[in-house]
Ligand binder design. Structure first.
Ligand SMILES: [Zn+2]
Length: 72
C-alpha cells in the first residue's frame, strides 16, 4: 500500500497518508486541514540511499583492489 509521509507547510504537522495513483493534490493536513503539504522522503529510502558499502580484503592500498603484486 502506498503510504507516504507528509509535512504541512502551515503548521508543520507530520502525518502519514494513503495515496492512490500518486494523487497527492488532494492530501490535506490532518491537524489544520491545510492543503499546503509536501511529501517527505521516507526513512527507509533515506537510509538505503545514504548507505555506503565498503569492500575489504582485496585492496592493499596501492591499487584499486587485487591487481598489483602485493595483493597476491
Ligand atoms: Zn497543518
Amino acid at each position: 500500500m502506498p503510504i507516504f509521509e507528509f509535512q504541512c507547510e502551515e503548521c508543520g504537522e507530520v502525518f502519514e497518508e494513503l495515496v492512490l495513483g500518486n494523487k497527492i493534490d488532494g492530501v490535506k493536513c490532518k491537524k489544520c486541514k491545510g492543503s499546503k503539504v509536501h511529501k517527505l522522503i521516507s526513512q527507509v529510502a533515506f537510509k538505503a540511499g545514504g548507505k555506503f558499502v565498503s569492500s575489504s580484503g582485496s585492496s592493499c592500498g596501492s591499487c584499486s583492489g587485487g591487481t598489483c603484486s602485493s595483493c597476491k
